[in-house]
Design a protein around this ligand. Structure first.
Ligand SMILES: [Zn+2]
Length: 272
C-alpha cells in the first residue's frame, strides 16, 4: 500500500518510527513544532472571521448561530494548539497531557455540530430535518462521553464515530430546497475525508499530523466561506456594514474639508 518509504529518503529524519495501534506515536521536535504552528496560525483569523459573522447578523437567530459557529471554530484551533503545545513541552506530565488529548478529541465533536448549526438554524429545511438542529448537539455530547469513557480504546471505532457525526447531518442538509452552498459544503467535506489518510499515517509520512491539520484548516475555510457568503453576506447586515464604512468615509471627508477651511481662512486673510 505504501510503496514510498520515506525512511530511506532525506525526509526520514523528520519522523520517528511507526508504533502499533495500541500506542501513541511520538512526534519528532520538528513535527511537534509543525503541529502547533499549523493550527495556532488559525486562532486569530477564526476569531476575526466569527466576529464578521456576528456583525453581519440581522436577527437574533443569526446572532446565536454566529456565536455557536464562532465558538466551535475558534475553540477547535485553540484547543488543538493547547494540546499540541502541552504534548510537546510538558509531555512528562503524563496525566495532564492525557487530559488535554481528551479535550482535543471532544472539541472535534462540538466543532462538527457547530459547523452545521448555521445551516440547520438559518436555512429552510424539511419537516423532519428540523430536529437535526438539536440532534447534532446530542450527538456531540454522546461523542464526548464516548471519548471520556473509552478514550483511545478502539481507534477504528473512534474514527467511525467522527465520520458518522460528520456525515449524518449532511444527509439532512441534502434535503434543503435551497441548493446554494451544497457544492462548498461537499468540497469542504472531501478535504476532511482526504485528511484522514494523513491522520492515520504517523510514522509513515513525515509531518503526517501537521498535513492533517492543514486539510482540516482548508475544509473549515471552505465551510466558513459558504456560511459567510450564503447565510450572512446576503442580508441587510451587509448593507449595514457598508453604510457604516460609507458614513465613516463621508465623516472623514467632512473633517478634512473643515480643517482645510480652518487653515485657509487665515491664509486668505494674509493675502493681498
Ligand atoms: Zn492535532
Amino acid at each position: 500500500m505504501y510503496s514510498m518509504d520515506f525512511r530511506r529518503t532525506k525526509l526520514g529524519r523528520f519522523m520517528n518510527n511507526r508504533v502499533p495501534s495500541s500506542k501513541r506515536y511520538q512526534p519528532t521536535e520538528y513535527e511537534h513544532a509543525a503541529n502547533c504552528a499549523t493550527h495556532g496560525f488559525w486562532i486569530i483569523p477564526s476569531i476575526l472571521g466569527s466576529s464578521v459573522l456576528y456583525f453581519l447578523s440581522d436577527d437574533q437567530w443569526e446572532t446565536i448561530s454566529a456565536w455557536m459557529y464562532g465558538t466551535g471554530l475558534s475553540g477547535l484551533f485553540i484547543m488543538s494548539t493547547m494540546f499540541h503545545t502541552v504534548s510537546w513541552k510538558k509531555s512528562h506530565l503524563r496525566k495532564v497531557e492525557q487530559r488535554f488529548h481528551m479535550c482535543d478529541r471532544m472539541v472535534i465533536y462540538f466543532f462538527i455540530a457547530a459547523s452545521y448549526a448555521p445551516w440547520l438554524n438559518l436555512r429552510e429545511l424539511g419537516p423532519w430535518a428540523v430536529h437535526m438542529r438539536w440532534l447534532v448537539w446530542i450527538m456531540a455530547c454522546i461523542g464526548s462521553a464516548y471519548v471520556f469513557f473509552f478514550h483511545e480504546k478502539n481507534k477504528i471505532l473512534d474514527l467511525l464515530c467522527y465520520t458518522a457525526m460528520g456525515a449524518v447531518p449532511a444527509v439532512v442538509l441534502l434535503s434543503m430546497p435551497n441548493r446554494e452552498g451544497i457544492l462548498e459544503l461537499s468540497v469542504g467535506g472531501v478535504f476532511y475525508c482526504l485528511g484522514i489518510v494523513f491522520f492515520k499515517s504517523d510514522g509513515l509520512i513525515p509531518f503526517a499530523h501537521a498535513i492533517w491539520h492543514v486539510f482540516v484548516a482548508v475544509g473549515a475555510g471552505i465551510h466558513y466561506y459558504a456560511i459567510w457568503r450564503y447565510l450572512y453576506a446576503t442580508g441587510t447586515g451587509q448593507i449595514k456594514i457598508s453604510r457604516y464604512f460609507e458614513n465613516s468615509f463621508l465623516e472623514l471627508a467632512y473633517v478634512g474639508r473643515e480643517l482645510e477651511c480652518l487653515w485657509r481662512s487665515p491664509l486668505t486673510a494674509l493675502m493681498p
